[in-house]
Write a protein that binds this ligand. Structure first.
Ligand code: MG
Length: 245
């Protein structure tokens, strides 16, 4: 049995949940991708830890979850500073990132996250736009989303690694998501799984539901700025289904 939902205290719902205050405007739910729509984080964490080891940099899979959302070079430099006392050179970054990609590509394709389709349907039921905000920059992204979540995503409502100058935890990705949807922060909800993604959404001023689909402790997501932490996407779907506009 899953853990009970951490619902807001009674009487706080209108303060806690922005959508009931929507006043007829459309609203939007902004979804992160890795660890939210796809169960891809175990692959990323495995690939990072195995690639780093080849270069004498020890990174546990757990730590990879902490860095989720950071750019590849940012993650590599944290380890380079720790073990080498300096930033990695461009060439080292390229080699390490290539090694990570090589390991990653040997792993089976990540499956859709259980409950994600229900959360997307619940967002549609609310009459909300569905926006994708990911640091990922895969050209096959739209086809994969269309294959697993047909009709849910459209290209003009997607923010990817190609669009932004600053990645998460900078607020730019989520601010751009709001802009693309043509709505204000108070009319939106973010669904995230990673501390840096939560920080990005929180700094953009958006109510953030954290789906804790990985091994990190709930308090890390709460401390990053999550308004509410639930155990997974099924619970996100239940939560969205309880909201009214
Ligand atoms: Mg994520």
């Amino acid at each position: 049995m899953s853990a009970p939902l951490q619902l807001p205290p009674k009487g706080e719902s209108s303060k806690q949940f922005p959508l009931p205050l929507g006043g007829g405007r459309e609203g939007a739910v902004l979804f992160d991708m890795d660890g939210v729509l796809f169960d891809s984080m175990p692959n990323h964490a495995y690939a990072w830890s195995h690639a780093m080891t080849q270069f004498g940099l020890e990174m546990t899979a757990y730590e990879a979850y902490l860095h989720e959302g950071r750019t590849g070079s940012g993650t590599i430099n944290i380890l380079a500073q720790r073990y080498w006392g300096r930033d990695a050179t461009e060439e080292e970054i390229e080699r390490i990132y290539a090694a990570k990609s090589e390991v990653f590509n040997t792993l089976p394709e990540p499956k859709p996250m259980p409950g994600a389709i229900d959360a997307l349907n619940a967002a549609k039921q609310l009459g909300c736009k569905i926006v994708l905000v990911t640091g990922s920059a895969q050209t096959s992204l739209l086809e994969r989303l269309e294959e697993h979540y047909p009709g849910c995503f459209q290209e003009d409502l997607m923010v990817t690694g190609f669009d932004v100058k600053h990645g998460k935890p900078h607020p730019e990705p989520y601010l751009m998501g709001l802009q693309k949807a043509g709505i204000n922060a108070e009319e939106a909800i973010v669904v995230e799984n990673a501390p840096l993604g939560i920080e990005s959404a929180h700094k953009a001023g958006i109510f953030t539901i954290a789906a804790n689909t990985g091994p990190l402790e709930d308090y890390l997501l709460k401390d990053a700025g999550a308004d509410i932490v639930v155990p997974g996407m099924k619970e996100v779907a239940s939560l969205l289904a309880t909201m009214k506009r």
